[in-house]
Write a protein that binds this ligand. Sequence first.
Ligand SMILES: Cc1cc2nc3c(=O)[nH]c(=O)nc-3n(C[C@H](O)[C@H](O)[C@H](O)COP(=O)(O)OP(=O)(O)OC[C@H]3O[C@@H](n4cnc5c(N)ncnc54)[C@H](O)[C@@H]3O)c2cc1C
Length: 422
Amino acid sequence: MKGRVLIVGAGAAGLMAAVGAAEAGAEVLLLEKNEKPGKKIYITGKGRCNLTNDADDDTFFSSVISNPRFLYSAYHAFPNTAVKELLAENGCPVKTERGKRVFPVSDHASDVTKALVRAAEGDGVKIRLNTKVRGVLKEDGTAKGVLLADGGSIPADAVILATGGLSYPSTGSDGDGHRFAKELGHRIVSCIPSLVSFRTEETVFRESAGLTLKNVRLKIVKKGEKKALFKEEGELLFTHTGISGPLVLSASSLLGRRLEKKEVLEASVDLKPAVTAEELDARLVRLIAESPNKSLRTILGAMLPASLIVPFLSYCGQDPALPGNALKKESRQRIIAAFKELKMTVTSAGDFNEAVVTKGGVNVKEIDPGTMESRLIRGLFFAGELIDVDALTGGFNLQIAWSTGYLAGRSAASYVKEKYGI
Ligand SMILES: Cc1cc2nc3c(=O)[nH]c(=O)nc-3n(C[C@H](O)[C@H](O)[C@H](O)COP(=O)(O)OP(=O)(O)OC[C@H]3O[C@@H](n4cnc5c(N)ncnc54)[C@H](O)[C@@H]3O)c2cc1C
């Protein structure tokens, strides 16, 4: 008798848990409700899978927004270098790009999944697809297997829950694991969408949907207050419901809990952070002097992307058809002020259908960070986004899945070995 580790969910964390447990000598059965493993991995990094980040340890931990300290042991047990090696050994060499983001050399996310399946199956892991788990079997405070949705059950000596968060439920992560953990007595920190767009009150910029602005500065304050809660330069995208892009995704990670509490936030965008208001004004005055009879719409063509001009002028309360020489000084100042502080009221964040990750999940206080084992149920382990951990973009969320998955797998294998005195 080897001792069976049963893993629920063949996503990033579950596949890596399978590798960790099988390497350590356990018999591993991996259950997945979808028709294929790693469905979410396929869509990561726009199909290229930004699988980790070449960051140093400090950067990794400062990029984790919820509960970075909980991840110390897991990350050290299986850091970024380990996942790169494992993938390369299994036919998926990787490369590093801008921002130290790591991708497969092939640029195909599917190669990451293939390499993980190869590694797992090579170590003897059995993967059972189209198998939906309905609950965890428990006896005397110890996990004993799982109940299946079809009414059957599978006994096991240890169970790892790696069912993911709530984002992109179409990939299979729809909160089952949270329900199982709750049934077993675990507290779930409320789940909210993170790395997600912001919805704004103003409708004027809807016309600019799809437009990306590079090198702008986004500042966010609580409505009516001055203190900046977020201030960074980068890329911003206008959408049909508000704003998105890398800057907004980061802001959502840091400020999501405020929106959950129904706080209204004010976003202000500096469209030209490298130029002072005086310099901008001088430029506008010069452009008007060069073509006094041209419309504001045409004149601003030299300063703004085409699809932003009319919404921008409407925001400033100006008629786009107004000839430049008819623009009053006070209106010109309003335009310059808008260049430096384009204000929008953020009313809420986007939903789980578009969120890259889930903030919230199984409370880390009830999980041993050195093993990923439940502090409430013996033989029950957790891995991946199901836990209340989340990070910024850049490959950090998948790294969390790899690290917690591997550690949970190793620990579950040690647990069953100890049980059988092997
Ligand atoms: C569009 C998008 C792009 C992303 N891009 C990146 C990126 O480039 N880099 C990065 O680091 N992160 C990225 N992420 C985040 C990253 O994909 C996740 O954090 C990571 O996949 C979480 O892994 P997981 O194994 O915990 O969960 P998941 O990958 O969600 O896997 C959970 C698995 O459990 C299965 N399951 C659930 N319930 C049951 C059940 N009852 N029975 C059986 N099986 C079940 C599901 O079907 C699923 O296969 C992206 C996310 C999205 C949505």
